[in-house]
Design a protein around this ligand. Sequence first.
Ligand code: FES
Length: 170
Amino acid sequence: NTAVLELTVNGQPVRCTASREASLLHLLRNALGLNGPKYGCGLGQCGACTVHVDGVAARACVIPAHGMAGRHITTLEGLAPQALACGTAVRTQGGPGAAARDWHPVQAAFEEAQAAQCGYCLNGMVMQAAALLAREAQPSQERIRAELSGNLCRCGTHVEILRAVTLAAQ
Ligand code: FES
């Protein structure tokens, strides 16, 4: 019950065999080794798995992978302009010695605002905020709150997260 799927992930053409039942999140994490998007609820309700589909924020856990044929997917690993090929950007951006200049402005703002506690929600927060700022360069506080309202943080660092997105918008 598998079929070949072709799509673009972080600027790279990808051709792989995937189960017809597989979610986009499963494909990204298990087949492509892109662990930026996280598995949280698996029900489209927490935002931890957020990626961009043709530039729009989307919940990868509830999107069938085969529905993404021909689409352009961006994960956290491919968010920064200087992102490297799939699977290597994680270490480059997040590892020891990573330079802020290699980050997307939203990632840099989250670091500056120290917006992470456990960090599990950060992929979703960053991807959701980046999609918003791509559409609206300087959103209002109300707009930022509304945009991130579907991204849950159990640590309760929402104040720092809002500050980070505001910083990124300046
Ligand atoms: Fe996809 Fe929660 S894991 S929304």
